[in-house]
Write a protein that binds this ligand. Structure first.
Ligand SMILES: *Cc1c(COP(=O)(O)O)cnc(C)c1O
Length: 400
């Protein structure tokens, strides 16, 4: 079989318009977001205004990273040290990290074989832990039944914060991910849906929450120089009661991002063409199981996940190695040793270890692959063929 030669970590170039805007900022020398002349609106503020409009949110704060957005969201929501925070057991390390950063205690909730939070386990853990907050991680872009989730949270008085690192532009039943609870947290890190290397966006309709978040982000007393901020009266107490935890976005990153908001919808279509091709191809194999997605879910297929249920550990390693030898980079979430970006709850030793048999069972057979937009549809076809070839080869070995 012919090896694939594309690069799984190669994103598209930054658009020319964004490069030109970045050069303008550099030439101006005014990189700090509050370094404005006269009534000039900084690019960071323009980005906030544009992203709030895209998201249909009243308020938006641009900040340093997705992880930072989550940590100030927790604090601005009123989370205090020692408080229990429910979150998905399958997520990326910045999520438990954000919870730890405010001295709170993660309570991990099981996931289903479709990679979303298990709503039955959530109900049980709300009762058992008496937690008042859920930091929902829409990990790898999979949305649970958001209507049912919101119903449970309303009934139990739990506040929802959404980690939308993989769901920027995704929707459930027509509503954009990030608009279901108190706040949405987004990342502009290179491997997400917009790319400024690092960066975060926090959205909310709650003016007092957002006033605290803006103060936390390190606005000094310049909070009125924001693009999508609440009115002055919401800062009356917040400006004095809230610590400064500097994590601002600068104008250079904002300049790189702003034109990308305008092309996000078009890029989502391109991602989904690629995702649908891969998912359809993998779905035809009897060995590989692609998670089911509800017709209410409009996803952004910037990566693909699939399971080989019951695969033994040596076989999983062999499968990843076989695919790699043919140029296909897969991640395996069942690995006991965390590798590169991938880790699972067993390697978050800073939190109390938790028993999650259902999640462990899913992760043991769960594989993941990036779909960068630099891949053509032909590339996607070739990669899919390699995956199926390697997966089915394993089964034959096992039977022999
Ligand atoms: C990338 C990511 C984040 C945020 O990451 P930053 O690197 O802090 O921007 C949060 N949650 C998930 C699931 C992610 O993949």
């Amino acid at each position: 079989m012919r090896a694939f030669t594309g690069q799984f970590t190669q994103q598209e170039a930054i658009p020319d318009e964004a490069i030109a805007a970045a050069v303008d900022v550099l030439k101006s020398g005014r990189l700090h977001r509050y370094n404005t002349l006269g009534s000039e609106l900084s690019v960071a503020s323009e980005l906030e205004r544009d992203y709030a409009a895209f998201q249909g949110a009243k308020f938006c704060l641009a900040c340093a990273s997705g992880g930072y957005a989550m940590s100030i969201a927790l604090r601005a929501a009123g989370v205090v040290p020692g408080e229990k925070i429910l979150t998905n057991s399958f997520t990326l390390a910045p999520v438990p990290g954000a919870i730890a950063s405010v001295g709170a205690v993660p309570v991990l909730v099981e996931i289903t074989p479709n990679l979303v939070i298990d709503l039955n386990d959530l109900r049980k853990k709300i009762t058992d832990s008496n937690a008042k907050f859920l930091l929902l991680s829409n990990m790898r872009g999979h949305l649970c039944d958001m209507d049912e989730l919101v119903g449970i949270l309303n009934e139990t008085g739990v506040t929802l914060l959404e980690d939308c690192a993989h769901t920027m532009g995704a929707r459930w039943n027509g509503t954009l991910s990030g608009n279901f609870g108190l706040a949405g947290c987004f990342s502009a890190q290179t491997y997400k849906h917009v790319n400024s290397g690092e960066g975060g966006l926090l959205t909310s309709d709650d003016p007092d929450f957002m006033a605290r978040a803006i103060m936390l982000s390190g606005s000094y007393m310049l909070y009125e120089r924001h693009g999508a901020a609440p009115a002055r009266q919401h800062f009356t107490d917040a400006r004095l009661d809230t610590p400064n935890m500097s994590g601002r976005m600068d104008n250079l990153r904002a300049a790189i991002l702003k034109p990308q908001i305008a092309t996000l919808e078009a890029n989502i279509q391109r991602w989904n063409q690629r995702y649908d091709l891969v998912a359809t191809h993998l779905g035809r194999s009897a060995t590989v199981v692609v998670p089911e997605r509800s017709s209410k879910e409009f996803y952004v297929g910037s990566s693909v996940q699939f399971r080989i249920p019951g695969i033994a550990e040596p076989d999983a390693r062999q499968f990843v190695a076989d695919a790699k030898s043919l140029g296909v980079e897969l991640k395996w979430f069942g690995d006991r040793d965390p590798v590169a970006f991938t880790s699972n709850h067993h390697s978050w030793r800073y939190l109390e270890s938790q028993i999650l048999p259902q999640t462990d069972d899913v992760l043991a057979g769960l594989f993941d692959m990036r779909i960068p937009l630099t891949f053509s549809l032909d590339d996607c076809r070739q990669v899919s063929e390699i995956i199926v070839h390697c997966a089915e080869g394993l089964v034959l070995d096992g039977a022999a």
